[in-house]
Design a protein. Structure first.
Length: 213
């Protein structure tokens, strides 16, 4: 049968919702052109009737105007139907797009949920808690070590200011005695000298004159 009647090589794709919307928009545009044309005819008939008196001629123009008005009403009815169809199809297209986005979001959430379960399954909460406690113990030990290293040795906790001042005065007195004994040692005659030292007096002014003469 296929050899006799033949078959199409490729099947035509089914029209999409957007294709239907585009086709309806084209029909709406065509009907709007017809409505504008009929509006022009009605305006012309109205001007003609305003210039004529009652009679056969005026009645004939009125009949033509009524016929044009019926066509206009028919087109306006079709235009309203097509406009409503376009609105419904656009609403359906928006709902379809929203549903597609929702499904994509759900799929992404499923993948993320699966990955999170996989990753969190590798984490042991008890180990984390134990590690936290170990860190606290280590920090406490470090603080104890620092306090131990910073401890002072052989220093009384409380020192009396009066005792410190008395000790300072004693040190000053010892320095004064050491200075006095040093001067006395300088004036002392060495052991290898038998007699007392005689200080040489400076020659008088007269003796100096004689010597120069």
């Amino acid at each position: 049968m296929n050899r006799i009647f033949g078959t199409s090589a490729t099947k035509k794709p089914k029209p999409t919702l957007q294709d239907a919307i585009n086709a309806t928009d084209v029909r709406i545009a065509s009907i709007e052109v017809n409505v504008k044309k009929l509006d022009g005819e009605l305006l012309r008939y109205k001007e003609q009737m305003s210039k004529l008196r009652n009679g056969p001629g005026k009645r004939a123009i009125e009949q033509r105007a009524l016929r044009v008005l019926r066509q206009k009403k028919m087109y306006e009815g079709q235009l309203a139907q097509l406009t409503q169809q376009t609105f419904n199809m656009e609403s359906a297209a928006i709902a379809t797009e929203n549903l597609r986005n929702t499904m994509a979001t759900v799929e992404a959430m499923k993948v993320a949920n699966k990955e999170m379960k996989k990753q969190y399954g590798k984490i042991d909460i008890d180990k984390i808690e134990n590690m936290h406690y170990d860190m606290e113990d280590l920090l406490e030990q470090a603080n104890e070590i620092q306090e131990s290293l910073g401890r002072s040795y052989d220093v009384p906790d409380e020192l009396d200011e009066a005792d410190l001042e008395a000790e300072l005065d004693a040190l000053q007195f010892e320095e004064e005695e050491e200075g006095t004994s040093y001067l006395m040692d300088l004036n002392k005659v060495p052991d290898f000298v038998d007699g007392p030292l005689v200080e040489e007096s400076e020659p008088s002014h007269r003796e100096a004159i004689k010597t120069t003469e």
